[in-house]
Design a protein around this ligand. Structure first.
Ligand code: PGA
Length: 241
C-alpha cells in the first residue's frame, strides 16, 4: 500500500483528483469506479475544476458506482444517483449512456445484482476505483461480517451504518435498510484502488485497515492484499499511520 498523509481535506481531495485525472489522460475510455459520501465531494470539485480549465475530457470515460440504496429512485434526493448528478455528473461532459449505477428501484433485487455485475464485466473491469471507508471499516456497503461477499449483492445495512447515514435523512427510520453494493471480489478486481479518509473519527479504523489483521470484521483490511492501492488521508485521519 502506498500511504500519503497530507495536511487537510482540500489537499487530500486534490491529490486524489490528480490521480484520477492522470488515469483519464492516460486512457480516454477508462472505467472509473466512483463513490459517494462526504469524503469524495472535494475530489469531484477538483475534477470539475480541471474539466472547466479544459484539462480533462470525459466524453469517452465510463463510470460505475460502488453502491446505491435499495428502494430509492434515481430522483430521490438521498439516492446516490442524485448525489452523483449534483456533485459531479451534471458538471462535466460524461455521456449519460456511459454512467452506470445499480438501479435502486429495480423490481427484482436478485436480478439487479446479476445485471450490474455483468455490466461491470462487460466494460472490461474497473481501471481505477475510488473508495471511502465507513466508521465500521466498510467499503462500499460491504459491512463487517463472517465472510467477504463476492460480486454485486444487495445487503442489509448494519445499525452503525444506518446511524451514520441518518444525518442525511429526516429521521433514522427513513434510512433504507438495504443497499446494492459491489462485492469485495468486484472491488479487488479493479486494476487500481484509491482509499480516502479524512477527520479524526476515521483515525482508528484507517489504522486497523492499513496495519491490522486482514479480517472480514474490518472489510477495508482486505485492501492490504491488493497490489496497487494508494491510501490518502488528511493529518487527522492519518495520525496513527
Ligand atoms: P463518508 O462515508 O465519506 O460520508 O464518511 C464513507 C463510507 O461510509 O463509506
Amino acid at each position: 500500500m502506498k500511504l500519503i498523509v497530507v495536511k487537510d481535506y482540500e489537499e487530500m481531495s486534490c491529490r486524489a483528483a490528480r490521480i484520477i485525472a492522470a488515469q483519464v489522460l492516460k486512457k480516454s475510455d477508462s472505467v472509473l469506479g466512483l463513490a459517494t459520501g462526504s469524503t469524495p465531494i472535494g475530489t469531484y470539485r477538483c475534477l470539475i475544476e480541471f474539466y472547466r480549465k479544459k484539462l480533462l475530457d470525459f466524453r469517452t470515460i465510463k463510470t460505475v458506482n460502488l453502491d446505491e440504496y435499495h428502494g430509492l429512485s434515481q430522483t430521490h434526493p438521498q439516492s446516490f444517483r442524485f448525489f452523483m448528478e449534483e456533485n459531479f455528473f451534471q458538471h462535466v461532459n460524461l455521456r449519460t449512456s456511459n454512467i452506470h449505477m445499480p438501479e435502486g428501484k429495480a423490481v427484482d433485487p436478485e436480478q439487479e445484482t446479476v445485471r450490474y455485475g455483468k455490466l461491470i464485466d462487460s466494460l472490461g473491469g474497473i481501471d481505477l476505483q475510488m473508495l471511502g471507508i465507513g466508521l465500521n471499516g466498510h467499503i462500499g456497503f460491504n459491512e463487517p461480517d463472517d465472510t467477504f461477499s463476492r460480486t454485486v449483492t444487495c445487503v442489509e445495512l448494519t445499525q452503525s451504518t444506518i446511524e451514520a447515514y441518518s444525518r442525511f435523512f429526516e429521521n433514522t427510520d427513513d434510512v433504507p435498510r438495504r443497499a446494492y453494493t459491489m462485492g469485495i471480489a468486484t472491488i479487488m478486481q479493479a486494476k487500481e484502488l484509491l482509499l480516502l479518509a479524512s477527520g479524526a473519527e476515521k483515525r482508528e479504523i484507517i489504522q486497523q485497515a492499513v496495519y491490522g489483521p486482514i479480517t472480514t470484521r474490518v472489510p477495508a483490511s482486505v485492501l492490504q492484499l491488493h497490489p496497487n492501492v494508494t491510501v490518502i488521508t488528511d493529518e487527522s485521519a492519518g495520525a496513527l499511520l
